[in-house]
Ligand binder design. Structure first.
Ligand code: G6P
Ligand code: ZN
Length: 542
């Protein structure tokens, strides 16, 4: 085996965001770009030498080539065993699970999540640590710092087997490649968390009662194994279940804008009882019932309230967590259960230490992410199964489950308004909002408001992060949160999260947008959006 040491110069834009390094495919195809980043990870995680490493991706354009580069560099950097999902495929939760299951020192996940794929789309790479969790901010900072100094990378010049050739392959004297079925272990994990016979009875009781949309992305084969093979559903419950390298030109994000066609299927009188959809890499989920999408914030709170239906969670919920912009519906349930509810910054990685320490067993985000401590990533299929299990246990509809919940805990009306801005506009808006937090309390648009900038100290590591979003609270249960998206690849996206809490004995049957209208106007005023950006109509309402 020849190991080549190749000279290189640093790129200045390799700072991993909340979910790894995401750039256009064109950027990733530039000579040395991918190699530099991979070597920066190996240099920052010396434990990888002599250890096991998991590799897999969401199957988007450039996935296979990137996996081959990774394998060659892993061999050159002394990895002793590489576990690869066949054809370089692994959904994000399946990859995180394999890292834990196989006792690997880490895993490379090749994904840009829901960002569009194809030659003109995006690609991404992220490194997950031992146990399967996302890299901490300290580690991603270290990787970034290394990427700014890198002078050389190492690559083994060896022939590789076909990436779909399941089995053991010797790559060099010190390194073997194990190509595994990408689906089975994750399907087994799902079976261990839920009562499959009960869900199967629910599913088979009425043909057409459930639909799953894989959005032409990675979850198709996972959904087929679980919903069709193991739960005995009909093949016709699967939509867009053959993964495509460019996601058929779509934006594989399960939300009411990007999956509007799917949501529309639930508007008719003969709508299925339940719908689930997942994103490019299988970690996000959207839950739909006849005539409505379930807000991810409500979904999280409802799973928490009904966790005893779910065998993997029953009787063992000690704490829960939500990201700060996620509505406080979860807090209300946690309080009733007498368990702590942690409020963390946006980004799944902030849940990791709480999960590892056993302080929480359930967590989620408004950005359509929900999961339990069965894995250290969010898990789209898990959330959909949780809803099937709840409907099966209570023998009720989505509407009934929601209404019973609101009747008991009250309702947190919630919506997110996104505004696509230039980077300069984004910075100007945030700078304007900062002025409110300096004062702490203010009167605006007839409201008495308290304002702060969200900081968080991880209770386990003691690590503090600041400036994680600006919060305005009204004295009447309203809340507005502003932050800039951390996942875009161009310009800035301002996210405005609007929430109005309504007590159980008040009217929780109102129209969401009607209830949130006053807060929406207040938000525009607080951000001075018309003056700073001209446009005030959101580019997406989610
Ligand atoms: C990714 C992360 C999530 C996070 C979301 C926020 O999906 O995995 O944990 O909530 O990004 O995205 P944003 O664009 O709002 O920064
Ligand atoms: Zn994703």
């Amino acid at each position: 085996m020849t190991i080549k040491v190749i000279e290189t110069t640093p790129f200045s834009d390799q700072k991993p965001g909340t979910a790894g390094l995401r750039e256009s495919v064109a950027r990733f195809r530039e000579p040395h770009y991918l190699n530099n980043f991979i070597q920066s990870v190996f240099d920052s995680v010396p434990d990888l030498a002599g250890a096991r490493l998991v590799i897999g991706g969401d199957g988007r354009h450039f996935n296979r080539e990137a996996a081959q580069t990774l394998i060659r560099m892993a061999v050159a950097n002394g990895v002793s065993e590489i576990i690869l999902g066949a054809d370089a495929i692994l959904s994000t939760p399946a990859a995180a699970h394999l890292v834990a299951l196989e006792g690997a020192a880490g895993g490379f996940l090749l994904t840009a999540s829901h960002n569009p794929g194809g030659p003109d789309g995006d690609f991404g790479i992220k490194f997950n640590v031992r146990g399967g969790g996302q890299a901490s901010a300290e580690l991603t900072d270290r990787i970034h710092a290394r990427s700014l100094q890198i002078r050389e990378y190492r690559e083994a010049h060896i022939p590789l087997p076909r990436l779909d050739d399941i089995g053991l392959h010797s790559l060099s004297e010190g390194c073997r490649l194990r190509i595994v079925d990408p689906v089975n272990a994750h399907a087994d994990l799902m079976e261990s968390q839920f009562d499959f016979p009960a869900i199967a009875r629910w599913l088979q009781a009425r043909p057409g009662r459930f639909l799953f949309d894989a959005m032409h992305a990675v979850t198709g084969p996972y959904a087929r194994e679980v919903f069709v093979r193991r739960l005995g559903g009909d093949d016709s419950l699967l939509l867009n279940a053959s993964p495509r390298e460019d996601f058929a030109g779509g934006h594989p994000d399960p939300n009411p804008v990007d999956a509007a066609d799917f949501v529309a299927r639930f508007a008719t009188a003969d709508a299925p009882d339940l719908g689930g959809a997942s994103d490019g890499d299988g970690d996000r989920n959207m839950i739909v019932g006849p005539g409505r999408m379930v807000s991810p914030c409500d979904s999280l709170a409802i799973i928490c309230a009904n966790h005893d239906c779910i065998p993997g969670l029953a009787g063992r919920l000690k704490g829960v967590a939500r990201s700060m912009p996620t509505s406080r519906a979860l807090d209300t349930v946690a309080q009733a259960l007498g368990i702590p509810c942690h409020e963390t910054p946006t980004g799944w990685r902030f849940f990791a230490s709480l999960l590892d320490a056993g302080q929480i067993q359930l967590c989620g985000e408004e950005s359509f992410g929900t999961s339990s401590d069965h894995v250290r990533e969010k898990d789209g299929l898990w959330a959909v199964l949780a809803w099937m299990q709840m409907l099966a246990s209570h023998n009720c509809s989505v509407d009934e489950l929601l209404e019973r919940h609101w009747q008991r805990f009250g309702r947190h009306y919630f919506v997110r308004h996104d505004h696509a801005l230039s980077s300069e506009q984004g910075d100007a808006v945030m700078a304007h909002l900062d002025q409110h937090t300096d004062r702490g309390r203010l009167t605006l648009g007839g409201y008495e408001l308290s304002a702060d900038s969200f900081s968080y100290t991880d209770p386990i590591s003691g690590h503090t992060v600041t400036r994680q979003g600006i919060r305005l609270h009204t004295d009447t249960g309203g809340r507005i949160v502003f932050r800039l998206s951390g996942t875009g690849t161009q310009g800035a996206t301002l996210r405005i999260y609007l929430e109005q809490a309504v007590a159980a004995d008040a009217d929780w049957r109102q129209d969401r947008d009607g209830v949130l209208e006053p807060l929406s106007r207040l938000a525009l005023e607080a951000a001075n959006l018309r003056k700073l950006c001209g446009e005030t109509t959101p580019t997406a309402v989610i």
